[in-house]
Design a protein around this ligand. Structure first.
Ligand SMILES: NC(=O)c1ccc[n+]([C@@H]2O[C@H](COP(=O)([O-])OP(=O)(O)OC[C@H]3O[C@@H](n4cnc5c(N)ncnc54)[C@H](OP(=O)(O)O)[C@@H]3O)[C@@H](O)[C@H]2O)c1
Length: 237
């Protein structure tokens, strides 16, 4: 039996990963905002992961209650068309999609593997070193891309700093997948959603049986259920 901690485990890919592992009898700990959306059988830690203080509390709770985590899976995301600043003063996408992942990755005591589901290999977007909070000219996609590039650096730096550690660090880009797309969208961005839902593969429990290891979901163009493979990669069973 394995122990998995999944952020963003109340929807989208994180939720389907949780479903897969619960079905196998593993211990699944979901960290999220809405206990009502957690799958039955999952352990739940309530937290708004866009807040640094909440991430620190979650790290303490996890280390105390689950000292031997096999996999930490980072899936929490939330799109914002309009710039939003947390009560701690951070631009919210930077806080949720990068800072939280940094704090959880480094804070947990020796998980077997950290699986950071983000966007490695995407050749667009950049870190705005001179304006990381995007105070000058915010754009929701630019904010997500910045978080993606920052996670690329997080994964590389984690591995370099902890060469002797048993923890492996995996950055994975699932490709475009039709999920819950949680967020607050303006009308123009929301207008793309029906087309994305129609064209992009979806996550759906038990929808696919063909095993596609280490392959972006968009390549096969069908629905997938998800799991973390015996190796380091996400697997679409
Ligand atoms: N979908 C794609 O096409 C795609 C492509 C490339 C990479 N990815 C990456 O894949 C991962 C999963 O994406 P997805 O599309 O499956 O996500 P999703 O369906 O939009 O679900 C997002 C999850 O994050 C949680 N969340 C949002 N704000 C939170 C907060 N402040 N604190 C705690 N939890 C919060 C949501 O919880 P609530 O239920 O409370 O809202 C939900 O469980 C993300 O890291 C994303 O960047 C996705």
């Amino acid at each position: 039996m394995k122990t998995l901690v999944i952020t963003g485990g109340t929807d989208g890919m994180g939720r389907e990963l949780a479903r897969t592992y619960l079905r196998r009898g593993d211990t699944v700990v979901i960290v999220g905002r809405d206990k009502g959306k957690a799958l039955p059988g999952a352990h739940f830690i309530a937290a708004d992961l866009s807040l640094v203080s909440e991430n620190r509390r979650v790290v303490d709770e996890l280390n105390a209650a689950y000292p031997a985590v096999d996999a930490l899976v980072l899936c929490a995301r939330y799109f914002r068309s309009a710039r939003f600043v947390t009560t701690e003063g951070f631009e919210a996408t930077f806080a949720l999609e990068y800072l939280s992942r940094h704090l959880l990755s480094h804070g947990l005591t020796g998980p077997g593997v950290v699986v950071n589901v983000s966007g490695p290999g995407v050749p667009i977007g950049r870190i705005h070193w001179d304006d990381p909070m995007l105070e000058r000219g915010y754009d929701g996609v630019a904010a997500q891309m910045q978080a993606g590039r920052a996670n690329d650096l997080l994964g590389v730096a984690f591995t370099a700093e902890r060469a002797a550690s048993r923890t492996r660090y995996v950055l994975i880009n699932p490709g475009p997948v039709s999920t819950a797309f949680r967020g607050e969208y303006d009308a123009a961005t929301r207008g793309h959603r029906p087309e994305q839902r129609r064209r992009w593969p979806c996550v759906s429990p038990g929808a696919a049986r063909r095993r596609v290891r280490g392959r972006p979901a968009w390549l096969s163009g069908r629905c997938h259920s998800l799991s973390v493979g015996a190796g380091d990669s996400l697997v679409w069973p």
